[in-house]
Design a protein around this ligand. Sequence first.
Ligand code: HEC
Ligand code: HEC
Length: 419
Amino acid sequence: MPAVASRITAAMLLMLVVARWGVGDSSSSALEREVVVLGSDELVDGIPGDGVLTLAEIETWLSDRRNHVELDPRLPIGLAPGAVEIEGLRGNPLTRAKIELGRQLYFDSRLSRDHTVSCATCHNPNHGFADDSKVSLGVDNQAGGRNSPVAYNRIFSANQFWDGRAATLEEQALGPIANPVEMANTLQACVDQLATINGYHLQFERIFPDGLTIENVAKAIACFERSLVTETAPWDHYARLTSFKDAYADDLEYLDELKVDDPELFEEYQQLVAASETNPISDSAIRGSEVFFGKANCSVCHNGANFTDELYHNLGVGFDGDEPDWGRFELSEAEADRGAFKTPTLRNVEQTAPYMHDGSLATLAGVVDWYDEGGHHNEWLSEEIEPLELSDREKADLVEFIKALTGRLPNVERGRLPE
Ligand code: HEC
Ligand code: HEC
């Protein structure tokens, strides 16, 4: 039953994506737009200068027209096939000014009630934009019930949170500000606080027609998060080279001839080879990819450019305790959603231990063991989860494969906040 239900949902979602893509995005063609590649440092390295951000620096920044031009984002090579999955740009177009404002807000603990907790406290660039503890601590060291997910590659998801309860990244951003165990503020008090900071007041006035509102706080933060994407990983380089070799097997047989007959193709090949060599992948990781896409069935859920189907599944995590978290069921009240959580991305997860919605598994090897044993049995366990009987070598290879999905993250400026 559950598997059938999730397949129907998958098919319906696909139709939605196709329908939306079909509409196209030609509406804004009359406006000037600048093409940028997401994941580059220059979008997130702050307003030029050092130390506390001064009003004069903000003035100069805001008076540069370029910072208000709508950006037309492109993805790094590895994520490029995910372009069709990009969410949320139409209602909240990216601009450099919005991304930068969102960056400041993300690192600013003045959004919390007692000015001690920022988004970065729990989604910390030092810990792969997640947290290194089982559950994170908010204001007054209060602990929530779930593990902090990553704040990168969010551009690919509409629904946010482990249970998908926020329909957009904008809606999500307001959750933690008002959550009593996270930033423990009220949305009104947050806006009032920001209004006392001249540098923020000025930015909101000049960026948004309706100035400083909580909705615009959310929009700016969402723009910043959408600019955080993972760079091409060793696996991506390997996969590109492999599919190129498959596609041009005949031509590549006689390289000397190719060089003369089709110098462009030859050049492309040389570049792919060079990129693979500078971003090497181990033999173990290559074997691991075969396990991942084959015997271990991982790619049935961890698929697409961001290695997630964006759907909800019960793996039995937390079902060995007395009170399991019912996850998606709390929202949908569909029996099949009991204990089901959103499939997380596997990109860069090497950096974001511990794992699962409750942070119960400390290492990637522990996660692989969990799957090998078939999860934790319960009435609602996904039909895709069953004992795998992997050898020790296959398990180690799987871990190496996941590590080969790690790409560079942008080097984000963490200071440079207005006085
Ligand atoms: C005290 C820790 C804490 C703080 C502060 C915090 N978060 Fe979170 N964040 C979490 C936890 C825990 C979850 C998962 C909760 C859930 O799914 O029920 C989460 C979920 C998210 C998600 C969803 C990711 C996904 O894959 O669905 C995003 C995005 C996010 N937070 C961004 C932010 C932003 C932006 C801020 C600041 C406005 C913020 N967080 C502040 C702990 C925190
Ligand atoms: C039925 C769908 C499904 C299959 C099959 C599946 N996963 Fe997952 N994966 C999920 C879901 C859902 C979660 C989160 C579960 C939770 O927290 O309750 C998850 C979590 C993870 C995590 C933790 C990520 C994090 O940020 O906490 C890793 C690593 C992972 N899976 C790797 C794998 C590997 C390796 C395989 C194959 C052996 C696999 N998955 C098979 C759906 C699946």
